[in-house]
Structure formats: structure tokens, C-alpha cells
Design a protein around this ligand. Structure first.
Ligand SMILES: *Cc1c(COP(=O)(O)O)cnc(C)c1O
Length: 427
């Protein structure tokens, strides 16, 4: 049985423990929602203040050159690239995940139309994050293509001769289940389809190797495990073998070969630059740029491999303690197998708890300073309590105290209190 003292000893021996000091976390809060909105890196407020006061306030429009604003999407892309096995000059940070997905899916359909004419289906998982499905649905309507949604175990069998693109999220947002990127990409290619990965719940949380896997396209989020702040720009990667073959559909001036020539016709820039569209939110992009320095610092302590080891140790510990302290009250939704687990633990209440209590359990935990979140079920999918474990700033003691708080919420039936049953707009 793991004790609080054991956890403190593990923290004392944890080589990654100093990274916590790179973040500003409120006193008395254990933050298990870094998979939804990453915490604030300590260096970001000063950087944002400097961008606003000096770069904007004093240097004004010159900052496009003098502060490097115009190149910032590519420089930030180069900082993200090593976290996912992409090369320099292959990634830009821009727009949102939804928008970038639209660009890459459209580009992928163009490549497929040339290389494998007649293939007109995009396959994805029914439990993918909804915006991914909505974007694919809208694009399919526009192009006269079909979006086919399947369960995870049906993916391999669904890859028939109509499939142009397989679009998957590497780590599922509801369950924390992780795909084998190399195997799934190989299966898509063997079936003649292109592979698009959404890395929103992977990048900065688990090691990713897009190049090693031979993937075709990837998108992902700047405000989750990359800690770029609310609404931080997302990123987009295209394998060099495809990047110059077609325009992307949102062919704005930032993707032009010579934007300041102001010609009336479009000439795409070479490489990933053409996946830019228009003017980017520089203040927000600067915050993300600064936040990414945390990962450069983490390199000194073993980088993503060490972060992954700690993430698995944290999630293992949480699972062990919940099963010990809340026996029979939750079912584990996240895979136990390490190779199939992302950096989160998701639980669904069993019949031992009142129907519909998952939301109130999460609210009661928040009342105790343990911040996780709730994702509603829909008849097919169960209600979920979701806990994200960011190895950059969480300790073993944090995990112990979180599981203890969960035990106490159940023991005291705090989920029955009216203040924890009021639904908020954002869960
Ligand atoms: C968080 C998330 C998004 C968010 O998309 P936005 O366009 O940035 O709002 C998209 N897809 C997945 C899988 C996500 O987890």
C-alpha cells in the first residue's frame, strides 16, 4: 500500500521535480486539467507584457521586422517540431486545430484524387473529438465525399478501396486510449489511404515520431499540453513529400510566395509556409513561443522520454489508489496497458453511485481544490470523470492527495449537495 511518505520520497528522488518551479500554480490547487488548458508558465506574463509595451507600444509596426513577428509562426513551429519527430521548417504555428484540419484534409483529398482517383471516403472514429468530425463532414459535403465513422476495433476492416484518408486523434480525448501511430499509419498506407493525425492530446504529453511513422499530415493544439494559454494558436505539419503538391484551400496572403509584392494572383510559398492563411495573433503566439521554452529546459532532465516515464508512473499511482480507496465505485475507461495509455485517467461511475452523479463528483473535487473535468455521455458513451496528468508540474504527493479527495467526496456523499449539481456552461 502506497503511503503519503512513499510519495514524498518519490518526489524527493524525482529528477523532473524542479520543472514545477517553471509554472505559476495557485496555492492549494492540484491541477489535473492540463489536457484541456495547460497551466501558466512563470516566464509568460513578463514576455506578454514586453510584447505589448515595447514591441507593440513603442516599436509599433516596425516590430513585424525588428521583433520578428512575421516569422514567428515558423519559429514557433520549429520549437514544436522536435516534440513530434518533425524536422526544422516542417511545422507552422497558426490558426486553430479546426482550421488546420480543414486545410490538411482538403490537401489530402487533392493528393488522393491524383494518386488514387476514385477514392472518396474519409474514415474516422465515432468517438473522435466532435470538431474534427464536423470539419470532415462539412468538407465531405462540399466535395461530394463520404465521412465514414467506425469504432476503434473496426478501423482496420474499414480501410477498403474507397478510402482516401484515415483521420484519427492519436490519444482519445474521452478515454485517454492511444493508437499505435506506426502500425495504424502502415495499415492506412497498405490500404492505399493517406494518414492524418490529430495530436491535440499527445504533443508535449507522450513521445511522438511522425517521421518515423511515415505519417502524411498532422495538426494539434497549442493550449493543452504545450501550455500556450487560452486560444493559443495551433500547429500544422505536412510531410515534405506532399507539401508542395497542391495549394491548401485557405490560400491567404501569409501563404503567398511574396506577400509584400501584393500581386492580384496567388503563388503559393514553398514548403509549410503555404499552410499559413492570414495575420496571426502575435501576443498569443508570443505566449506560446515563451511557454515552449519549458520543453527546452525539460531536455536537460531527459526530455520527452523522461516525461513519459513520469506520466506513466503518475497515472499508474492514481489508478492504484482509486482502486484501493473507491473499490467497485468506478470503472477504469483508460487502458491499463502502458503502450495504449495517453497522459490521462478517465473513470466512469458504476451502479454503486447514483445515476448522473459524475458531474457533481467533479464539482465537489473542484470544491476541494482538485481540478479535473467532466465529459457527458450520450446513451452510447458513459459519463466520464477525466483527470489529466502533466508530468511537468505534478508530483506524486499531488496524485496521492487527489485520490484521497476523491475517496472523501464519496465517503461524505458530497455529490448530493445542491451547490455541486448546478450545471455550468463549460464543463
Ligand atoms: C482540443 C481539441 C480540438 C480543439 O480544436 P480548436 O479548433 O482549437 O477549438 C480539436 N481536436 C481535438 C482532438 C482536441 O482535443
Amino acid at each position: 500500500m502506497t503511503t503519503l511518505e512513499d510519495c514524498r520520497a518519490r518526489d524527493a528522488a524525482d529528477p523532473l521535480a524542479p520543472l514545477k518551479d517553471l509554472f505559476n500554480l495557485p496555492e492549494g490547487v492540484i491541477y489535473l486539467d492540463g489536457n484541456s488548458l495547460g497551466a501558466l508558465p512563470r516566464a509568460v506574463p513578463a514576455r506578454v507584457a514586453q510584447v505589448v509595451a515595447h514591441e507593440w507600444g513603442r516599436d509599433l509596426i516596425q516590430s513585424w521586422n525588428s521583433a520578428g513577428w512575421f516569422d514567428l509562426p515558423r519559429r514557433v513551429g520549429d520549437k514544436i517540431a522536435p516534440l513530434m519527430g518533425a524536422g526544422p521548417g516542417e511545422v507552422v504555428a497558426a490558426d486553430t486545430t479546426s482550421i488546420n484540419l480543414y486545410k490538411v484534409l482538403s490537401a489530402a483529398l487533392n493528393v488522393a484524387a491524383q494518386d488514387a482517383p476514385g477514392r472518396r471516403t474519409i474514415v474516422s472514429e465515432r468517438s473522435n473529438f466532435p470538431t474534427d468530425l464536423y470539419i470532415a463532414e462539412a468538407l465531405c459535403r462540399e466535395r461530394g465525399c463520404t465521412l465514414k465513422l467506425v469504432e476503434p476495433h473496426e478501423i482496420a476492416a474499414s480501410l477498403d478501396a474507397d478510402v482516401a484518408v484515415l483521420m484519427l486523434t492519436h490519444v482519445n480525448y474521452r478515454t485517454g486510449a492511444m493508437h499505435d501511430m506506426t502500425a495504424v499509419t502502415a495499415a492506412a498506407h497498405a490500404a492505399g489511404a493517406l494518414m492524418v493525425w490529430d495530436l491535440c492530446h499527445s504533443v508535449g504529453a507522450v513521445p511522438v515520431d511522425l517521421t518515423g511513422a511515415g505519417a502524411d499530415y498532422a495538426v494539434g493544439c497549442g493550449y493543452k499540453y504545450l501550455n500556450g494559454g487560452p486560444g493559443a494558436p495551433a500547429f500544422v505539419w505536412v510531410h515534405p513529400r506532399h507539401v508542395d503538391r497542391f495549394w491548401q484551400p485557405l490560400a491567404g496572403w501569409w501563404g503567398h510566395a511574396a506577400p509584400f509584392a501584393f500581386t492580384p494572383d496567388y503563388q503559393p510559398a514553398a514548403g509549410i509556409t503555404r499552410f499559413q492563411c492570414g495575420t496571426q495573433p502575435i501576443v498569443s503566439l508570443s505566449a506560446l513561443d515563451c511557454a515552449l521554452d519549458v520543453f527546452a529546459e525539460a531536455e536537460k532532465f531527459g526530455g520527452m522520454a523522461a516525461l513519459r516515464d513520469k506520466s506513466l508512473a503518475l497515472t499508474d499511482l492514481f489508478i492504484e489508489l482509486v482502486e484501493q480507496w473507491c473499490p467497485g465505485q468506478f470503472e477504469l475507461v483508460t487502458p491499463r496497458e502502458h503502450v495504449r495509455r495517453g497522459s490521462q485517467v478517465c473513470l466512469t461511475p458504476t451502479a454503486q453511485l447514483p445515476v448522473g452523479s459524475a458531474y457533481a463528483v467533479v464539482q465537489a473535487l473542484i470544491g476541494r481544490g482538485v481540478i479535473g473535468d467532466f465529459r457527458a455521455g450520450d446513451g452510447q458513451q458513459p459519463d466520464i470523470l477525466r483527470f489529466g496528468f502533466t508530468p511537468l508540474y505534478l508530483s506524486y504527493e499531488n496524485v496521492f492527495l487527489s485520490a484521497q479527495a476523491l475517496r472523501d467526496v464519496l465517503l461524505n456523499k458530497e455529490y448530493a449537495l445542491p451547490q455541486f449539481n448546478r450545471k455550468l456552461a463549460v464543463t
